[in-house]
Design a protein around this ligand. Sequence first.
Ligand code: HEC
Length: 217
Amino acid sequence: MKQLLYFLLPSFLLLACGPQERISKSVFDEVNNAMEAKKLSDAEITQEAMIWGDSISSEAQRQLMERLQMAVAEKGFVGAVDFCHLNANPSIKELNDKHGVSIRRTSLRARNQDNLPTDDELPLLEAYQYNSENNIENEPNIQKIEGGEVLLYTKAIVIPSEFCLACHGDTKSDINEEVLNKINALYPDDLARDFEVGELRGMWSVKLPKKSVVNRL
Ligand code: HEC
């Protein structure tokens, strides 16, 4: 009986939510079958999601940093603001297609308002912020979202060096006037200023379909 309930409960819940969720049910079954066939536990899946999320976010960070440094070397900081404005998000999105996932950066103090947190991301960012203010180390995290079909990987982004302050630091001492004018013109609602080295700047947020995580195992 217990076993029957176990199987009935999820399908009842899914059917109760209407036609759209029926697609979810087939994905749900598929993932469950794959998990059973491979005898995978939730812990193994979470661990694999952590490894994959770590590798994707590191690749994204490396790529962005290389391109940013190149833009600064070629065009100076003012020109590099334009570069970030046009290229930061598309550059990250390139990796979405490559890996079949959804990567972004989000921040409580965003420059680009599209990077403000979603409902799923907000509590995680707030926890990272709390830890950061209380000298508690921030660990990467895996959270089940979208009815468990997606695993959300998150990792804190800390200001690593003074390089970042040329565009995110003190508006009087770190960001020069020309750069500040450019930022003000492009981002009238900018919140991403007055940061210091070592402060939490935001987080990487990578949505990993559970199905793809299972397929990697
Ligand atoms: C040349 C100026 C410049 C430098 C240097 C710079 N940034 Fe930014 N940063 C920007 C701009 C412009 C954006 C907004 C990009 C957009 O429109 O998506 C941004 C956005 C971000 C975001 C996304 C969240 C948000 O606020 O929209 C993060 C996180 C971030 N920067 C971190 C860093 C870190 C960490 C460094 C140092 C390694 C750094 N930045 C160096 C200009 C800069």
